[in-house]
Design a protein around this ligand. Structure first.
Ligand code: ZN
Length: 245
């Protein structure tokens, strides 16, 4: 059956950003998939987990999800991330904690692969360049894989000929065909974009036409910033949202 997927990643407790993406795209799609880091950094972890539980067919676990449930220690986090992770772990309700504990870290789903970080290290490796992507292509058993974690929308393409995969930053709002060769695709971050564009980033994947479309949507950043301040979370976490960094 042909399906259209709304693919979200790195929501990071930013409910206004999540709602904006859902409002714009959910009605156009058959299923919502989430690539992890539902919580961490942002001021509404419970609200975001509950929304993901409602709408997502599947969700993967990210490093911030693990940190929030005590499954990973935060020593390797930067001090701001660590502070937010501790705050998040104190906020989570037992139900939402149990949901985060239940998430898989790597999943083959409907003929494609889903992971937060990479196929080599599913929860914490960043696929930032072609060399790192190559190690994941070596482990990829499907032709398409979707990953998150870097907060930067990106495509890696492996044609099986070149010594290294090619990488590019996709333009938003322009459908691209992903067929014949293999691709690793990052939808960017819903709740904390880091590519200089502060709008929420997400992806639509149509498996009938094998097309993907990267999209950006504005959301009320000042609402999230106000909640970050009310929660007493570090001020830089509010400021960075307006910069997309
Ligand atoms: Zn993240």
């Amino acid at each position: 059956m042909a399906m259209r997927y709304l693919i979200l990643s790195d929501i990071h407790g930013n409910l206004p950003a999540l709602e904006a993406a859902l409002e714009e795209a959910q009605a156009r799609c058959d299923q919502v998939l989430c690539l992890g880091d539902v919580v961490g950094y942002g001021p509404q972890p419970n609200e975001c987990v509950q929304r993901v539980r409602q709408v997502a067919a599947v969700c993967l676990s990210g490093n911030h999800d693990w940190a929030a449930i005590g499954k990973m220690n935060t020593e390797e986090f930067n001090p701001l991330a660590e502070e937010a992770a501790l705050w998040t772990s104190q906020q989570l309700t037992p139900e939402n904690r149990a949901y985060l504990e239940s998430l898989p870290s790597l999943l083959e789903y409907q003929g494609f692969t889903l992971v937060h970080g990479s196929l080599r290290e599913p929860v914490w490796e960043y696929i930032l360049n072609a060399h790192i992507a190559q190690a994941s292509f070596e482990r990829l058993t499907t032709s398409l894989g979707f990953f998150g974690h870097t907060h930067i929308p990106m495509i890696f393409r492996d044609d099986g000929q070149a010594t290294l995969p090619s990488a590019w930053l996709p333009p938003a709002g322009q459908p691209l065909e992903v067929r014949e060769v293999r691709f690793l695709i990052n939808p960017g971050s819903v709740g904390q974009p880091r590519d200089g564009d502060p709008r929420a980033s997400y992806l639509i994947f149509d498996d009938q036409t094998s097309t993907i479309e990267f999209r950006r949507v504005e959301y009320p950043i000042e609402d999230t910033q106000r909640l970050i301040r009310q929660a007493g979370l570090p001020e830089p976490l509010a400021l960075r949202l307006a910069l997309g960094r």
